[in-house]
Design a protein around this ligand. Structure first.
Ligand code: G3I
Length: 321
């Protein structure tokens, strides 16, 4: 057995990976990605984001996003669709537009309508709103918050539900994998939507961790349960566990394996933790080195497609050999 088959046998809906269009010409990579015993779920790492999908106002282009969704569907893999509203990877007409409350609400609704309608029936879930919070739990200052205020969040969820009543709707963020101001603020987003009868089905905890600083199993489990206690499902949506200095030592790889095992264990231990997605499975295509210079080796597969000790430990945790 491999990651996905074993994870499903343990009660998860999927074990998955992000991918991106440029990676799909790499045959060694694709052979691993498309194998549903490894991965039962795909997240498009970039090309469903606003700048790709609606590069100019009212003009939609799903060409690149469709490459990934067709790949997943062709292989019988579930899709986490990512994302509808995010401060990053916005086209300049959004970031530099002259907006009023009313005109930006209209543009937001048009965007969500267009994208959700196009992918209707294809996605297991949508990350409706991504990373709306600062690490201290306050609202991130971005064009949506600064123009519309906090109402952009309920508007986004209501609009997504209107155009695909069956897809699960998620709030997705990082640094909410342990208790604290940011996790509490994310729980308050869930509660405030629920209080108004607006559909929210899940919270995505990204899981971009650092080796040796990953929250403990009990910290992660109790945190997941504080979300599921609200009646939403949870998932680890973008897992990678990076070294802050390279190359790793032997004991570093052992610590990384412990950190991965704790994260996977926390999901297994939580009723309503539905799955785990790697933010790509190989260091060859990890986002980390280009964002955090000198850091990396965060993935279960090395850049040469050999597997790390953490891979072996996760397989073993899942009951494989
Ligand atoms: O496609 C262009 C290419 O044509 C160009 O030559 C090259 C030069 O810089 O850029 C390429 O685009 C890059 C794109 O990734 C595809 O590789 C962008 O510059 C780069 O900014 C973009 O980074 C993505 C990042 O989101 C944007 O902030 C990462 O791949 C993607 O993994 C990352 O994913 C995010 C999640 O969506 C949300 N959570 C955090 C996570 C990590 O930052």
């Amino acid at each position: 057995g491999q990651l996905n088959t074993l994870a499903k046998a343990k009660g998860l809906k999927y074990f998955g990976s992000a991918t991106d269009n440029s990676e799909l010409s790499d045959t060694t990579y694709v052979d691993i990605l498309k194998n549903t015993s490894n991965f039962g779920q795909i997240t498009p790492g970039n090309t469903q984001k606003w700048m790709y999908v609606e590069p100019s106002e009212g003009t939609f282009d799903f060409t690149q996003g469709d490459v990934i969704t067709s790949f997943a569907e062709g292989n019988g893999q579930m899709l986490r669709c990512h994302n509808l509203v995010w401060y990053n990877e916005l086209p300049s007409w959004v970031t530099s537009g002259t907006w009023t409350n009313a005109t930006l609400i209209s543009a937001l609704k048009t965007h969500i309508q267009g994208e959700v309608t196009h992918y209707k029936g294809q996605c297991y879930c949508w990350d409706v709103v991504n990373e709306a919070l600062n690490d201290d739990g306050t609202w991130r200052s971005d064009v949506f918050y600064n123009t519309i205020g906090t109402e952009y969040v309920p508007i986004a969820f209501e609009t997504a539900a209107l155009y695909d009543p069956n897809v699960k709707l998620y709030y997705n963020d990082y640094n909410i994998e342990y208790s604290g101001a940011k996790a509490t603020a994310a729980q308050n987003i869930v509660k405030s939507l629920q209080a108004r009868g607006i559909k929210i089905d899940g919270v995505g905890l990204q899981g971009h961790f650092i080796v040796g600083e990953t929250p403990t199993l009990s910290a992660q489990t109790s945190n997941l349960e504080s979300f599921t206690a609200l009646g939403v499902e949870v998932a680890y949506t973008e897992v990678d566990i990076r070294f802050t200095s390279l190359p790793p030592s032997t004991s570093g790889y052992t610590q990384q394996a412990t950190d991965y095992v704790n994260t996977v264990s926390a999901c297994l231990a939580t009723t309503d933790c539905v799955g785990i997605t790697l933010w790509d499975f190989t260091d060859k295509y990890s986002w980390i080195p280009s964002t955090f210079s000198g850091q990396g080796d965060a993935c279960l597969w090395n850049a040469d497609f050999s597997t790390k000790p953490a891979y072996t430990s996760v397989i073993s945790l899942l009951g494989g050999a």
